[in-house]
Design a binder for this molecule. Structure first.
Ligand code: UFG
Length: 327
């Protein structure tokens, strides 16, 4: 089937494009290249430059594509996603992550596309009481990033009900790692996530890794997160897109590994592979102590399961970053 991927030049979008092509689908990438890279778009995908806020351009692309077969499903990755930035620039987040979704949905409705897959986040859960999140749990975001994603989730449901649009909403946990080809990976200028920062330290691009806080209510005092390999996550998108097109049924699914690792455990696992220096520093504002996905629903409804573990995540991110460094 033909798949429209908004944000297909970015980190998760580009990996999903690779998996869609591997599964035999035809892919159309739409991206404004503000944070994505043209080289990250697989050569077998058709690329259109355009902004998620530009409804007319989205419709123009969908209409142009109709000549060779209509787009069956649209995937939305074109979002801003840095939590601290959302706290300091909430208006930019509402503009891009809420108004951008509104424009894309309007474009899909106008062009007659009936299925949409949307990237949401574990940040919609806020500070969950027990640490393990189920899709039916209460949502109470503690930052504008989570708020904008939750608002978009709800908009998609209402618009879907009114205009006959089927949706698959995925709530991501901590995504990391790189494609086995090492052609694509996470290579933003501003890295804030734990795994790439460990790798930059191991590769000598930073002196020391800071572990933000060791006084949380967890066994070793550091925060617990659920790390999922980007390729496992991308594979779930292929299954989710196929599912909503074939079964016409809405989905809301967590995507994680279902396992929690503390920051110290991630550091220990990385130390078995590479050497680097680390130190404990103050807590980072806004970090919940524990976030783990319950992935029962994704297993049951998609027949999906994560195949890659923490070691694969660490090794692939290291290999990709080393390749970047060596040019
Ligand atoms: N951490 C460190 N040192 C660092 C970087 C991170 O100790 O240099 C810690 C953080 O404090 C946190 C853990 O490592 O405890 C993971 O932090 P990341 O920045 O890698 O990821 P987050 O858990 O903050 O964010 C992820 C996603 C968000 C999503 C959020 C849900 O990237 O998009 O989970 O809480 F919103």
């Amino acid at each position: 089937m033909k798949v429209f991927v908004a944000g297909g030049a970015g980190y998760i979008g580009s990996h999903t494009v690779y998996e869609l092509l591997r599964a035999g689908h035809e892919v159309v990438v739409y991206d404004n290249l503000s944070t994505g890279r043209r080289e990250a778009v697989h050569p077998d995908a058709r690329f259109y430059e355009g902004d998620i806020l530009d409804r007319a351009r989205i419709v123009e692309v969908l209409e142009a594509e109709r000549e060779t077969g209509a787009v069956a499903v649209a995937l939305h990755f074109a979002a801003k996603l840095i939590v601290p930035e959302s706290v300091t620039h909430p208006l930019a987040y509402y503009h891009n992550n809420v108004e951008g979704v509104r424009q894309m949905l309007a474009g899909l409705v106008e062009a007659g596309v009936k299925h949409v897959v949307f990237s949401s986040t574990a940040a919609v859960y806020g500070e969950p009481q027990h640490g393990e999140c189920r899709e039916g749990d209460y949502t109470l975001p503690i930052n504008p990033y989570g708020e904008t994603k939750l608002a978009a989730e709800r908009m998609i449901r209402w618009v879907g009900a009114a205009h006959g649009l089927t949706s698959c909403v995925f709530r991501y946990f901590n995504v990391a790692g790189a494609d086995a080809s090492l052609e694509i990976g996470l290579d933003k200028d501003q890295l804030t996530h734990l795994v790439p920062l460990i790798m930059q330290t191991a590769l000598g691009q930073r002196d020391t890794l800071s572990i933000f806080g060791n006084d949380y209510d967890t066994p070793d005092g550091t925060c617990i997160r659920d790390y999922i390999h980007v390729t496992d996550l991308a594979r779930a998108h292929v299954l989710g897109a196929e599912h909503i097109v074939n079964r016409q049924e809405d989905l809301l699914l967590n995507l994680g590994s279902g396992k929690g690792y503390s920051v110290k455990e991630v550091v220990d696992a990385a130390e078995e592979l590479f050497s680097f220096a680390y130190e404990y520093t103050e807590r980072r504002p806004g970090d919940p102590a524990k976030l783990i996905a319950n992935i029962q629903k994704a297993r049951e409804q998609l027949g999906w399961r994560p195949e890659l573990g923490l070691r694969d995540i660490l090794q692939s991110d290291y290999a990709y970053r080393k390749k970047l460094l060596c040019g």
